[in-house]
Write a protein that binds this ligand. Structure first.
Ligand code: NAI
Length: 301
């Protein structure tokens, strides 16, 4: 039997009625977790609702001897999902924010509705579920939270202004919640997955789609949520059997005397050096990030 177990732990996986979320739910159940399988069951663009999606995954978990309860609420009503976990199992240990939709359009064609709905499901939804679960995890002095970001947020992608904004926003949420959660053993990480699901049908070359099995994302997520893992505040890209960690990198930069100021021409003349990554730094927090700026002030004091 695996050493990494979730017996007596309760895990909420949102959007677990299909795709990557379903794979997470099945793997958590295999490792002994009691799982809330949440899914609104709508279309990939966020229309409609259907409770069947979550129920089917619960049946799969029960068939393999696991414990799970279906929940058909939207993540926007995160408190109801958390209440469902409390009513059925009396505690919450892990929240995997995975639910998502797409409303891809070039920026010029994007409507307010496309912008708002993508924000609502990804950002507000993840906020609502996590915010409702947070006090319970705090009380238990244990918690693990995963936010699902995207390479479209990290690097940008044509036609995904709304989605990219939402997905990188979730990384910002990750960084601050990791700081706030640490004293209560609540660890918070983000993943940017790639998986062959209904969301990515037709996007990958023939042959690649089948190799991007959703279940190749889940082992990292389950490990990050285990008692054994102490990682927090991190972002991982994962898919197709590969995974890697992402971090911020910043140039050493250029500094001028703050009392004398500097001109636009000074910026232009030094722009190449400003952008050079030779000797670049990788600040882990705000204090480290401000180190070079403070050193510049002191240099001219
Ligand atoms: P999917 O469409 O197969 O699964 C998403 C699930 O979320 C669906 O079952 C859907 O019913 C559910 N859902 C949507 N809105 C909901 C709401 N308001 N409340 C509750 N459930 C809701 O897509 P996939 O690929 O499995 O995506 C999972 C996550 O991974 C999403 O957050 C997506 O943005 C992200 N992602 C996926 C990538 C990929 O390559 N498949 C790439 C980057 C990010």
């Amino acid at each position: 039997m695996s050493d990494i177990r979730f017996d007596d732990k309760v895990v909420i996986v949102t959007g677990a009625g299909g795709g990557i979320g379903r794979a997470h739910a099945l793997l958590f159940a295999k490792h002994g977790a009691k799982v809330i399988v949440n899914d609104l069951g709508g279309s990939a663009t966020g229309e409609g609702a259907n409770s069947e999606a979550a129920l089917k995954v619960v049946e799969e978990i029960k068939a393999m001897g696991g414990t799970a309860v279906a929940n058909p609420d939207s993540v926007v009503d995160g408190d109801k999902i958390v209440q469902c976990a409390m009513d059925n199992f009396g505690r919450i240990d892990v929240v995997v924010n995975n639910a998502g939709i797409l409303r891809d359009k070039s920026f010029v064609k994007m409507t307010d509705a496309d912008w708002d709905l993508v924000y609502k499901v990804h950002v507000e939804g993840a906020y609502k579920v996590t915010h409702a679960a947070w006090p319970h995890m705090k009380d238990n002095n244990f918690g693990r939270v995963i936010f699902t970001s995207s390479t479209s947020g990290i690097y940008g992608n044509f036609g995904q202004a709304n989605y990219g904004m939402a997905k990188l926003g979730l990384y910002g949420l990750t960084r601050t919640l990791a700081i706030e959660g640490q004293k209560n053993n609540i660890l918070v990480n983000a993943i940017a997955p790639t998986g062959g699901t209904r969301m990515t049908e037709g996007l990958f070359p023939a042959g690649a789609f089948d190799k991007l099995k959703p279940e190749l994302v889940s082992p990292l997520v389950v490990y990050l949520c285990s008692e054994q893992c102490q990682e927090t505040s991190s972002l991982f890209e994962v898919g197709g059997g590969w995974m890697g960690k992402v971090r911020w990198e910043r140039s050493l930069g250029i500094g001028f005397n703050p009392d004398e100021g500097f001109s636009v021409e000074d910026v232009a003349a030094n722009f190449e050096q400003l952008c050079s990554f030779e000797g670049a730094v990788h600040p882990k927090n705000n204090i480290e990030a401000l180190k070079e700026l403070m050193a510049n002030i002191q240099k001219f004091a």
